[in-house]
Design a binder for this molecule. Structure first.
Ligand code: NAD
Length: 437
């Protein structure tokens, strides 16, 4: 990433394309439309509500991020997407039962006008769903071409100047990268042969990259986290980011674990369990999809606590994560964490966390922020993996051989310093010696 000499202005309209028009996507769209009309506050969105300190503490200069960065405004965005069911965004939002009708009805006309384009759906990657609104094509290469055409049509029909995509589709089964993922040529050949290691989300991502559309991956799927995608993205000047929105339990984990570690408190065990009853919960009830989620959730503590460095404190940590599908709760997830701590001289203590959260309410501001920041990244000339956006991910993508930063406070500092750096402002180190000269 080179420091941009100039960032292109956010002129014209930005298309925000969401593959998967389910709970998260419709909560995002409805929320952005409500905020645009001044009918609700976009709480949780750093781009809409956050500020950024510039210069010394004594300068008292902390503009809103949206005034500091040349971001697209909510008035400049148009939403669209794909799904394997034909419900428009209004029907889908009602079905998701996240938002109350008073919110959905206030933007009914706009939501009803968002009809999903037919999805790419090979069912072996999401076993609990039987899609009816799907494309047909001879090969996966053919599917890529159809998605590319959808993108071009969407941009034309909506008078957009450019677009970004954020994957809000279901979690796919766990896939390890294979030889088809190692180079652009191998992947193209794999598409032509409909290689089984190429999943639905990879097809969307490949089409987006080829159309110059930045792609962020909200699920733990492989999607854009392999060499062929990184290479193609750099060739086309397209930013990539992922994986798996950091929303409820993992958000808490990456807040609390760094605090305990900073004070050198030991941890013998961390048991996390959840109940949730939305469609995401139903999909995650399939062990192969759960495996993708589990891998994404488990990595966090290992990297934050560094058990290889702090053997006495974290060397024997037992970390377990469970998700239970429990329909009565819908989107109102409940998470329990039990942390077995170890203090001075080895004395045991416990912390219990009971987080009654709302999954999509936590995810929606992340989708909006990512769409706006990925668009900014492209206008700033960045391409490939955007590690500065780690803040938003459970399992941040990084350069090969680089371990990810999971600590929310390091991620936040990295995010804001990157914003300062791209705008030519001084970085903030928190040294603060100058106040005592
Ligand atoms: N809500 C959160 O807090 C959170 C956190 C992290 C990650 N996620 C991930 O975000 C994604 C969306 O979550 P959700 O709660 O909105 O789920 P959801 O089930 O309500 O929505 C997913 C939508 O994707 C559609 N879909 C599935 N395969 C598709 C395909 N191939 N093409 C187009 N559409 C497809 C489904 O029909 C559904 O409408 C999931 O992968 C979930 O794991 C959510």
């Amino acid at each position: 990433m080179k420091q941009p000499k100039q960032i292109k202005k956010a002129e014209g309209k930005l298309g925000i394309l969401l593959p998967g028009l389910g709970a998260v996507a419709t909560t995002t769209i409805a929320g952005a439309l409500l905020a645009r009309k001044g009918l609700a506050e976009p709480i949780g969105s750093l781009t809409q509500m956050g500020t950024i300190r510039l210069g010394k503490r004594t300068d008292n200069k902390a503009p809103k991020i949206k005034d500091f960065l040349p971001l697209a405004s909510l008035d400049q965005v148009a939403f669209g997407g794909w799904d394997i069911f034909p419900d428009d965004a209004y029907e889908s939002a009602k079905h998701a039962e996240v938002l109350e009708l008073r919110h959905i009805d206030a933007v009914r006309d706009e939501l009803s006008a968002i009809r999903p384009m037919r999805g790419v759906f090979y069912p072996e990657y999401v076993k609990r769903l039987n899609g009816t609104h799907v494309k047909t094509g001879a090969t996966k290469a053919d599917m890529v071409e159809q998605v590319r055409e959808d993108i071009r049509n969407f941009i034309k029909e909506n008078g957009c100047d450019r677009a970004v995509a954020v994957w809000c589709g279901s979690t796919e089964v766990y896939i390890e990268p294979t030889t088809v993922h190692q180079s652009v040529a191998a992947f193209e050949e794999g598409l032509a042969k409909s290689d089984p290691a190429i999943s639905n989300s990879q097809i969307y991502a490949w089409a987006c990259i080829k159309e110059g559309v930045p792609f962020a991956n909200g699920a733990p799927n492989l999607t854009v986290d392999f060499p062929a995608a990184w290479d193609l993205a750099r060739e086309h000047g397209v930013p990539l980011a992922g994986k798996d929105f950091k929303t409820g339990q993992t958000l808490m984990k990456t807040v609390i674990a760094p605090g305990l570690k900073a004070r050198m408190l030991g941890i013998a065990g961390w048991f996390s369990t959840n109940i949730l009853g939305n469609r995401d919960g139903e999909v995650l009830d399939d062990p192969d999809s759960f495996k993708s989620k589990e891998v994404s959730k488990l990595g966090v503590l290992e990297y934050i606590l560094q058990p290889h460095v702090y053997k006495e404190l974290y060397g024997k940590l037992f970390h377990k994560v469970r998700i239970e599908y429990y329909p009565p709760r819908g989107d109102a997830k409940e998470g329990w964490d039990n942390i077995d701590l170890v203090g001075w001289l080895g004395y045991p203590m416990q912390i219990k966390i009971n987080f009654l959260c709302r999954d999509s309410i936590l995810a929606a501001p992340i989708v909006l922020d990512l769409a706006l920041l990925m668009d900014l990244a492209q206008r700033a000339g960045f391409s490939g993996t955007q590690e500065w956006l780690s803040f938003y991910w459970k399992s941040p993508m990084t350069a090969p051989d680089l371990y990810p930063e999971h600590d929310l406070f390091i991620q936040s500092m990295k995010l804001k310093n990157t914003m300062r750096w791209m705008m030519g402002e001084d970085l903030i180190t928190h040294l603060g010696n100058e106040y005592y000269d």
